[in-house]
Design a protein around this ligand. Structure first.
Ligand code: C2G
Length: 484
């Protein structure tokens, strides 16, 4: 398979080398001809000492050549250049192309993640509706991948089949790739963990210890999880390789540019000077503005992110910021998720005791509190209530009822009731027997105006319960009252 890597930085080159050694035909594109020439001839990169670039890798600054007939195109340019690179590549990327983004960051003004930026840019010509975007992210220092040090990474794509294709490409004896479909969660982690890494470097630079760093990492991934959950990410992602995994490797290692930049800042070096000394893109600083905006947009409390923003962008003293974090109002680790915790445990209890399913049948026209009383009591007899709603045809042919509301209207009303979990059509008198089996029903419930009529359902293994009608109210009653 032909694979191209857009971007000849340390990460792009480390991946290109790995893929080439794995037998793929690898092309590396760079925007700079000088860089192309240097890498082609010298076959090494100044920030990857000791790494030899395989001869099979072709370097080019010709985007057409870098995008034609590629099984996979990897975006490995620094996050600020992802959009412009996508714009340059647009004319040459065929629709349906698998694109893997390994750049980590969030676009400051649009708050888009990197795969969203690529999609946004490529959609501008209307010819890229079927692009398959994959976020490849995890605890992966380029320097270590370049030395074939065992590494794990996540291939995230909404389409699991595509995630598996990329998993196949990036799996070998040195790289173990896992799939995920939570692209948003994976990309958020990749972008925002750089900020926590910066904070970790700052406290290290201030001379604080492992305890402080561990506290920052733990609460830092918790802040990112809170934001991610409010944006619709999957909670499991944050305890995975792209989440806590990448956080550990970035916030505890001198390989990390963000950690090293933080150390300098912690030692009192002014931020611009620290960045210059690092000499490469410090993604954590780029991600800060976006993180602060996202925290505000989703009303998520992110004290560590805000403290880093105060130090980096508003000249605050790191010591004072850390002191403030230490004396914030006391918190519990579970208070915010108390409700969720109870709900989850109730689910487990129910699952352990096998969720009980209840079914009831009816027309439910002109929905009124008599119906609600019935549904409320029916739901209370189990954990999941199905309502088999009489269709307009069934009502007319079998019950001589002409409903005021159509089936669809009556269905929408029922589905908005919190006691009702599922509405299915009641099309004939006989479906009850099969419904009991098709829906694994434990209990059949109906008003006692039907008392004795459905006892036969006990033969199907269901409990049959007749509940008292609410006496003074009925659809007929409502209609006649309204007539007066
Ligand atoms: N109900 C009630 N109290 C009322 C009115 C209705 O408890 N004042 C109950 C009925 O006993 C029934 C449910 O609400 O269990 C729906 O009532 P209808 O729409 O009138 O249902 P019905 O026409 O009886 O259809 O195959 C069974 C039939 O579809 C039941």
């Amino acid at each position: 398979m032909n694979i191209s890597v857009l971007g000849a930085g340390t990460w792009g080159l480390a991946l290109a080398r790995m893929l080439a050694l794995d037998g793929y035909n690898v092309t590396v594109w760079s925007a700079f001809k000088s860089e192309v020439d240097d890498l082609s001839i010298n076959r090494c990169h100044k920030n990857l000492p000791g790494m030899v670039i395989p001869d099979s890798i072709v370097f080019t600054e010709d985007m057409a050549k870098a995008c034609r007939d590629m099984g996979v195109i990897v975006f490995a340019v620094p996050s600020p250049f992802v959009r412009s690179t996508a714009a340059k590549a647009m004319a040459y990327i065929p629709d349906g192309q698998i694109i893997v983004d390994v750049a980590k960051g969030i676009e400051p003004d649009t708050l888009l993640t990197m795969t969203e930026v690529i999609k946004d840019e490529l959609n501008k010509d209307g010819n890229h509706q079927n692009i398959k975007l994959v976020a490849l992210s995890g605890p992966t220092h380029a320097e270590e991948v370049a030395r074939d040090i065992p590494t794990a990474i996540v291939s995230a794509c909404l389409d699991m089949d595509v995630a598996k294709v990329v998993q196949e490409v990036f799996s070998n004896t040195c790289m173990r790739t896992y799939t995920n479909t939570d692209v948003l969660g994976v990309e958020l982690c990749g972008a925002l963990k750089n900020i926590v890494a910066l904070a970790s470097g700052v406290v290290d630079g201030m001379g604080f210890g492992d305890n402080t760093r561990a506290a920052l990492i733990t609460r830092g991934i918790g802040e990112i999880r809170s934001l991610g959950m409010s944006m619709g990410a999957n909670i499991q992602t944050f305890s995975g390789l792209a989440g806590i995994g990448d956080m550990i490797v970035t916030a505890t290692s001198n390989n990390s540019r963000n950690f090293r930049a933080g150390q300098l800042i912690g030692k009192g070096v002014p931020v611009p000077e620290a960045v210059t000394q690092i000499g490469m893109v410090v993604e954590g600083i780029h991600a800060l503005n976006a993180a602060v905006k996202l925290a505000a947009k989703y009303h998520v409390d992110m004290p560590i992110i805000m403290a880093v923003d105060a130090v980096v962008n508003h000249g605050a003293d790191p010591r004072q910021e850390l002191a403030r974090l230490m004396v914030r109002p006391k918190r519990s680790e579970i208070e915010t998720t108390e409700v969720e915790t109870r709900f989850e445990s109730s689910l487990y209890t129910n699952r352990r005791n096998k969720m009980k399913r209840v079914i009831t049948y009816g027309t439910f026209d002109m929905l009124h509190y008599g119906h609600i009383n019935l549904l409320k009591r029916a739901k209370a007899m189990g954990d999941y209530l199905i309502v088999a709603l009489s269709t307009d045809e069934f009502n007319w042919n079998e019950k001589q009822k002409k409903c005021y509301f159509t089936y669809e209207q009556r269905k929408a009303l029922l589905e908005s009731i919190r006691y009702v979990d599922l509405v299915i059509p009641e099309e004939n008198w006989d479906q009850k027997r099969t419904d009991i089996h098709d829906y694994n029903i434990d209990t059949f419930v109906i008003g006692d105006d039907w008392k004795g009529k459905f006892d036969f359902l006990e033969e199907e293994g269901a409990e049959v319960v007749y509940l008292s009608r609410t006496p003074e109210i009925s659809t007929t009653q409502i209609k006649s009252d309204l007539k007066k």
